[in-house]
Design a protein around this ligand. Sequence first.
Ligand code: SF4
Length: 319
Amino acid sequence: MISSSSFLLVKFVEGKGQIVRDCPGTKNHICCGYKTVDLVEGCILSCSYCILRCYLNHKEIRILKDLEYVISQIKDAIRKESKHILRFGTGELSDSLALDRKYKLNIPLIEIFGNERKAIFELKSKWASIDHLLPFLNKYTVVSFSLAPQRIIETEEKRTSPLLKRLITLKKAIDRGCYVGLHFDPIIIYPGFEKDYEDMVDEISKVIDLKKVIWVSLGTLRFPKDLYEVFLEERRTNLLYGEFIRGEDGKYRYLKKERVRVYKLTYGLLKEKEKDLFIYLCMERPEVWEEVTGERLQTNEDLITKFDNRIKSLYGGSI
Ligand code: SF4
């Protein structure tokens, strides 16, 4: 067990093995077929609920020093895929932007995707710093932020950027011609969260043009047993509120009826603002999908095809 606050040292390491991987997914849950790019492992932002606190077995932040190694794997994956429009992201084992102003890791990748024009590169973050990237951005890069009510940012995401700053940064990316993504993940249930989400959706719609949002993900809080023990020790009342069930993957989640309630609430708030928003559930069961959206998705392939159609509808023949 490590705590994320111990990610203090940065170490540059050789690239070994597979850096570009399929998102591991969860049995009996619908996965969106995302490709993760493990360019950086570890994060300085130290969110209290971050799974990296018990997932990584090293105490330093590791950055791959050989970008060419990563780029060749990305190009290989794009070349091998004939059926779908691939989506890649660096925000799985780290935050895509937290260290980027200092180390400038994303610029070569943004350029590669802009040259290839066949796939999407997503920067997923809670750190509102993209000014250094603005001259390089092109529409094949999607700038995404995980969003939460300011109350949660102040208690559980203390080192990250405030909500308004994240939204203003998304607007900058839109003004540069990019589509942006929103991730309501993890949605945390606490007394009064419903009103906070209502206010947050209002604020989002005032700052950014929702027609420029390529996708919104909804995912509720989930965590492994080790993290549950940390929450108890740290008396994380926000994170322990409500009832949990342990799933087949060993992770704790809110009960299904609660997850459905939360999704219906947030889905409804968003659709009220912009009926054409593309909203998906992150790692959910087919029956939950159906209850929330009315759609019958049975397999990962069904969701991946939905993503293909969404991207084609926005990019037309330019991808
Ligand atoms: S920003 Fe993401 S990767 Fe970084 S600590 Fe928070 S949850 Fe973990």
